[in-house]
Design a protein around this ligand. Structure first.
Ligand SMILES: Nc1ncnc2c1ncn2[C@@H]1O[C@H](COP(=O)(O)OP(=O)(O)OP(=O)(O)O)[C@@H](O)[C@H]1O
Length: 258
């Protein structure tokens, strides 16, 4: 079961984070915590900076100000072995899965093991097979990405992100391009991995059914104020948020102007 957010120290701490491009801030002074085992979802209107925030959390971009701490270690600005140690603690699934098309599923999942470990060849194969099995893809090890469905490609990307037994998985729009049934199956996989392995998930998604199925907690980013408009349980926010825009978002209602 996910830990009670109140009882465990945060696995991710974001403090006074300001981020943007070309000296122009997109989001300012963000502060939030993510608890171990939580499924945490980042929401907001198009272009408000959800993916950019995710890229800051995983260290792809350096912030204009503030810090990200992962597992008690300050990640922002950390270099060398200390940075590699933090990188090993999380896996990432990018928006379209980003599998290498010329490599089998097994070789795709082996990649992080080759980069970060000196395990013998057979051990890497064994670990990669186990990860594929965990996402329901036993028997597909020798397939190429083009030979499997979109949902299976997403699951392979999750298996690869789990290769190093991470504490945290970051997923950028995992349902993008999937039909509603495949998307619902992916939600169930996320829930199962969360329950069985206690992995913390940080997910960017627009999909309302996914949000209500998987999210323990959400933050809603706001383009106008460049901050966090709302934070909490999605059903609570849908029914009781003081912000009309937040209630409309969750109830999928158009604004008067649109
Ligand atoms: N590398 C970059 N350089 C300059 N501007 C960027 C870069 N990446 C994103 N942006 C801009 O930052 C803003 C936020 O983009 P981002 O992709 O983070 O938004 P988002 O909330 O994830 O949007 P969507 O829901 O449409 O995917 C956009 O205006 C985008 O054009």
């Amino acid at each position: 079961m996910p830990s009670d957010p109140q009882s465990s120290p945060a696995i991710i701490q974001v403090r006074d984070l300001t981020l943007g491009f070309g000296g122009r801030p997109l989001l300012k002074d963000l502060c939030f915590d993510i608890a171990p085992g939580e499924i945490f979802v980042i929401l907001g209107g198009s272009g408000c900076g959800k993916s950019t925030l995710l890229k800051h959390l995983i260290g792809l971009y350096e912030p204009m100000a503030g810090s990200v701490t992962i597992g008690g270690e300050v990640f922002t600005g950390t270099e060398g072995q200390a940075r590699r140690d933090i990188l090993r603690r999380f896996g990432v699934m990018y928006q379209m899965g980003a599998l290498f098309g010329s490599m089998t599923l097994l070789d795709n999942v082996r990649l992080p093991l080759e980069e970060f470990t000196d395990l013998p060849d057979e051990a890497m194969d064994l670990v990669a097979r186990l990860k594929l099995q965990l996402v329901g893809l036993a028997g597909f090890e020798r397939h190429l990405p083009a030979e499997i469905s979109g949902g299976m490609q997403k699951r392979t990307a999750i298996a690869r992100a789990m290769a190093l037994d991470p504490d945290i998985l970051f997923l950028d729009e995992p349902s993008a391009g999937l039909d509603p049934i495949t998307s619902a199956e992916l939600d169930q996989l996320i829930l199962r991995l969360s329950r069985i392995l206690g992995i913390t998930f940080v997910v960017v998604t627009h999909e309302l059914p996914s949000i209500f199925t998987i999210a323990d907690r959400v933050i809603m980013l706001d383009k106008e104020t460049q901050g966090i408009l709302a934070e909490g349980d999605p059903a609570q926010l849908r029914d009781h948020s003081e912000h009309p825009w937040v209630r409309r978002f969750f109830n999928r209602e158009a604004t008067e102007a649109s």
